[in-house]
Ligand binder design. Structure first.
Ligand code: GCO
Length: 475
């Protein structure tokens, strides 16, 4: 990549999320979220070593040291963070908690002093437990109004302070994992396709309601959403049946939440398969066009083949398809075991393919790679020296950059790139045992240790990337 070919306002940042780094779970008036509740319960906590986010990186107290590191050691021009609903609005609705709000003001002001802008996310999975207890959270239509109220209050307090707003992170993931047959994500409700779909339906409506509030308020930044999903590729590219299976899988996985943002409704193939809920005309209108930009959290691809044994749709997968996480014929051994068996051999199909798909199928503009990164399993089992010399992570990012370069050369509307993550953190069911950070934190797989921060080689690599920085943009 060379800086000259990039759009001048190209966004380069790094991301974290509240539950994964803040700690201070009950400090200064914060009430429990569904993740606090889920992981405090020994029978539902299935995280490696029973870890929780109670302390995490203690970012709530350490942000004055961490933000300069993000700016100076990683060289990013944007810090992308998420707001904890229960820190800012402990009852889920109603009065704001001044101390919680002040924390986010401090994070933003410190970022700005360091010449970083902010991408601010309203929701990264940490629903107030009180709303879960009261009416079942995402399964009840009431959540849409409560989310609207929360969004309105946050925009009123911070609306003009962030260059970009994200309504929510990966609705598909929190709905499918939180309501699966063996849920390992909060709220941990055993569910069927109906529950997963209901959650997603309300999440999409809540997104649209928050965007409506933002636009009604006339705030000056841009607003969007972050979606995930792997790019599905035909296992046998020459087979028409595999091609059709891959296209169906894209509809069910990525189109499920993306199509409503651009067309106002679910993809036709998904509707044809029989959906438990439908949007009204007014809801369709609110959804259609509800993003100024779209964030893709893309880590891995999958290979899809048409199956002779047709199983009924499970919600995120269509009938008559089999998916494979890895394609044995192209798999590259990258050296260290990675998170969740993700294949890290396919940045081109994942990143380039994802951008192209959105641009071609939905005429999406302003596409951001809002998360990608390499998670290493048991990273702490290696000596510190070796942890810090993460040449395999650099190799992954080089692949991503090559894919992005191709996208830009092909005039695809790529406007930003946000590695996950600025710093090691709590990786959901893998706890502290899987690390994605460009900066290492000295704690063990259970999250215990000195909390010392050490930039990895990938962090130094980040600092040398030729992206336009905020200070070069004269902001
Ligand atoms: C997600 C979240 C992040 C993860 C990251 C690595 O995609 O699950 O946005 O919270 O930590 O993606 O798994």
């Amino acid at each position: 990549l060379d800086g000259e070919t990039l759009p001048p306002d190209f966004v380069y940042g790094c991301a974290t999320s509240a539950y994964q780094i803040e700690g201070a779970w009950n400090v200064d008036g914060k009430s429990p979220s569904i993740w606090d509740h889920f992981l405090h319960n020994k029978t539902t906590n299935d995280v490696t070593y029973g870890a929780t986010g109670d302390v995490a990186n203690d970012f709530y107290h350490k942000y004055p040291e961490d933000l300069p590191l993000f700016r100076n050691a990683l060289g990013v021009g944007t810090y992308d963070f998420t707001i904890s609903w229960t820190r800012i609005m402990p009852a889920g609705r109603g009065p704001l908690n001044d101390k919680g709000l002040q924390f986010y003001k401090n994070v933003i002001d410190t970022s700005n002093k360091l010449r970083m802008s902010n991408i601010c996310t309203l929701y990264h999975w940490d629903l107030p437990q009180s709303l879960q207890d009261e009416y079942g959270g995402w399964l009840d239509r009431k959540i849409v109004d409560d989310f609207r109220g929360y969004a309105r209050a946050v925009f009123k307090a911070l609306g003009n302070k962030c260059s970009h707003w994200v309504t929510m992170n990966e609705p598909r993931t929190f709905c499918t994992e939180g309501f699966s047959s063996e849920p390992d994500f909060a709220p941990g409700v055993i569910g069927t396709y109906k529950e997963r779909f209901t959650c997603m339906h309300h999440a999409l409506l809540a997104h649209a309601a928050a965007v409506d509030e933002f636009r009604l308020g006339g705030y000056k930044g841009k607003i969007g959403i972050k979606v995930d999903g792997g790019v599905s590729l035909p296992l046998n590219p020459a087979s028409a049946a595999d091609q059709a299976a891959a296209a169906r899988a894209m509809d069910f996985e990525v189109g499920w939440d993306v199509a409503p943002l651009y067309t106002g409704d679910y993809p036709p193939s998904l509707i044809a398969s029989g959906v438990p809920m439908k949007f009204t005309a007014a809801e369709k209108q609110l959804l259609k066009g509800s993003v100024d930009f779209i964030g893709l959290d893309f880590y891995t691809s999958q290979w899809v083949t048409a199956s002779k044994h047709c199983k009924p749709s499970s919600g995120s997968y269509p009938e008559c398809t089999e998916t494979y996480q890895q394609n044995p014929s192209t798999l590259i051994d990258i050296g260290r075991p990675t998170a969740s068996d993700w294949n890290f051999d396919a940045p081109h199909s994942t990143i380039y393919g994802g951008i192209k798909y959105l641009a071609e199928h939905y005429n999406a503009t302003n596409i951001m790679i809002s998360e990608t990164g390499m998670g290493v399993l048991n990273e702490t089992n290696f000596p510190l020296e070796q942890i810090l010399e993460d040449v395999d992570r650099i190799a992954w990012y080089r692949g991503v950059l090559t894919a992005m370069k191709q996208a830009l050369a092909d005039q695809l509307p790529l406007v930003g790139f946000i590695p996950w993550s600025c710093i090691d953190n709590f990786e959901w069911t893998d706890g502290y045992n899987v690390r994605f950070g460009l900066i290492n934190v000295e704690y063990d797989g259970a999250g215990k240790g000195s909390q010392k921060r050490n930039p990895k080689l990938s962090g130094a690599f980040s600092a040398f990337l030729p992206f336009p920085r905020l200070d070069q943009r004269g902001v």
